[in-house]
Unconditional design. Sequence first.
Length: 167
Amino acid sequence: MITTTGEYALRAAVMLAMNPKQPRTTAEIAETTRVPAGYLSKIMQALVRAQLVDSQRGLGGGFVMRRDPSEVTVLDVLSAVDGLPQRIRKCPLGIDSHIRLCPVHKLVDDAVAHVETAFRSASLASLAHSATGIAPLCAVKSLMAASQKPNGGSGKSAVPRPKSAKK
């Protein structure tokens, strides 16, 4: 129900929300979220334009959350890259006798309204620090641990790579 761009933006925003004041480079975000870096750059600029994220230049720079993650909703992130979900207000077929939505279009509009409500009620903080026991972007914890070691860790990637299948 969301676009690939929306999914990628949400991954990046949740990663930043996990440690909102720690600057993260495009390369770090791309590696952790498994989003192509070139595509991610455009997404991050859209999040900056929407004033959800700040970009800090220079040594130690990167992207940080502009607002507290508890104040930023999933709908805010998705709207920044894809616009608001389109509700059906009148018959999309242009049938004049349909002064109300027909059952098909009413069902679709109701579904869009429910999704919009769900996305508006979920904050980035609630996703980043979920009580379900399943952490989003599990590799982020490894990345954050490595970034807190002197000199950023060993220089090796903090993101675990899939193991090759045994032959």
